[in-house]
Write a protein that binds this ligand. Sequence first.
Ligand SMILES: *[C@@H]1O[C@H](CO)[C@@H](O)[C@H](O)[C@H]1NC(C)=O
Ligand SMILES: *[C@@H]1O[C@H](CO)[C@@H](O)[C@H](O)[C@H]1NC(C)=O
Ligand SMILES: *[C@@H]1O[C@H](CO)[C@@H](O)[C@H](O)[C@H]1NC(C)=O
Ligand SMILES: *[C@@H]1O[C@H](CO)[C@@H](O)[C@H](O)[C@H]1NC(C)=O
Ligand SMILES: *[C@@H]1O[C@H](CO)[C@@H](O)[C@H](O)[C@H]1NC(C)=O
Length: 436
Amino acid sequence: MPHVTLLPFLLSALLLPHLTSGQSWSPSWNTTVPTCNTTTPLPTVNLTNHLALTPPMGWSSWNYFGPDINETLIKSTIDAMLTNGLHAAGYIYINLDDGWQRYKGRRSSHPLEVDPVKFPSGMKSLADYAHTHGFKLGIYSGPGEKTCAGYTGSAGHAREDAEMFASWGIDHLKYDSCCSHASAPQSEVQSVMLDMSTALLATDRGIVFHACHCGWTDIWTWAAEIGANQWRIGQDISDDFNYPGNREKYYFDVLDMLDRGANLTQYTGPGHWNDYDMLIVGLNGESKQLVGTGASNVEYRTHFSLWSIVCSPLLIGSDIRSLSAYDLATLTNSDIIALNQDPLGIPAELVAEVGETQIYAKEMADGSMGIALLNRGSATADVTMSPRRDLTIPWDVYKMRDLWKGKDLGPYDIPFTVEVQPHEARVYRMWKCAPA
Ligand SMILES: *[C@@H]1O[C@H](CO)[C@@H](O)[C@H](O)[C@H]1NC(C)=O
Ligand SMILES: *[C@@H]1O[C@H](CO)[C@@H](O)[C@H](O)[C@H]1NC(C)=O
Ligand SMILES: *[C@@H]1O[C@H](CO)[C@@H](O)[C@H](O)[C@H]1NC(C)=O
Ligand SMILES: *[C@@H]1O[C@H](CO)[C@@H](O)[C@H](O)[C@H]1NC(C)=O
Ligand SMILES: *[C@@H]1O[C@H](CO)[C@@H](O)[C@H](O)[C@H]1NC(C)=O
């Protein structure tokens, strides 16, 4: 983020939250919140860690395993990713979610320690294993007294915990407000997230910071300014492509998340990403953790295409060790991943809509365009894309590459039309041709 904007932001975040000198406020969850003070010095650290210049790619333990994680599982996941092509495709973050901690209960009653039964060799040893094999290790905590699954949180101990994570060699932190505090005021959430962000920066380790608050308090408008590299834009995803309404009045499905992000593209870019939540590809309704009945192969492929083209982090949430050949082919498509990892980091915009079909398009660093033609409906539909009309680019002659069929097409000098199956996204890369 441009640093010229930092000072006014910090002033408003730290000094103006409805308080005058000497007052304090009660947090809606049990954590230590710094007292507001009109003479509080601004942090002197540069709130930029220069990390996550493209969206983080890797695996997270939560969607399939929930808190039932351990050293054997993590090592076998790393080993599987080396042999099944996921590591080579760019998935390098191995992110432990909730459940690595030794104690359940409030932080004021327990220290934050690694569970010695689940992780007998300790976290430093696991980070070494990850690093030796070309991966990075992520960990999880939150600003509350307890985490979502009831383990000890970081409440009031951001500095101490950041130093501990750094000493283990941790590379990524998901810091989770636990999504049960929708009513928490923005200033309070900013305060606790800023505490951890500055603490991580102070370690000099280089730890990617995920400020997770389920898309509340308009977090996209401020998270980058406090040094977050990614933030969830919505509530937890369920294993559904298009569930009517919100499952359990809470969860977002694939299309809910896509729609939430549609107006937020201005907030995403290199080093700071809208996070559409972890991937559900390969869960097939079988997760012990996540609700949802699963999606079809085509729907999972569409989900992956959309997360890629909008530049969401790509964190696989299934059991890596038992992915089907189809799911592996989905997750390792290098043409699709290239849309996500393009150095410009420009997310796709919704550029056209006809009936239940939509066109998403993004600019790529080489001057080409990435395009997804999505059919949200339940009937097969023809979708027509015209560069001039839909993308407002003056390309009269162009060629296309079909990124799922791996076929080069064109050149064309007329609008491009293709039949799209229900819930399918046809994804292309398009280059301008010199007129013949
Ligand atoms: C917060 O702390 C108060 C007082 O210690 C306690 O009564 C309350 O149950 C705690 N709330 C949570 C969510 O832990
Ligand atoms: C306010 O900040 C000043 C300067 O850092 C400090 O001396 C003072 O003790 C603080 N007051 C409160 C109530 O925290
Ligand atoms: C702070 O970060 C900005 C943006 O990346 C960079 O240009 C600047 O050199 C950094 N300043 C310091 C003092 O590190
Ligand atoms: C490790 O976790 C996996 C997945 O939850 C489980 O199947 C396995 O039994 C656990 N192993 C040990 C040694 O606890
Ligand atoms: C995006 O914003 C426009 C203009 O404010 C609004 O009409 C549209 O419904 C929004 N789209 C979504 C998906 O929220």
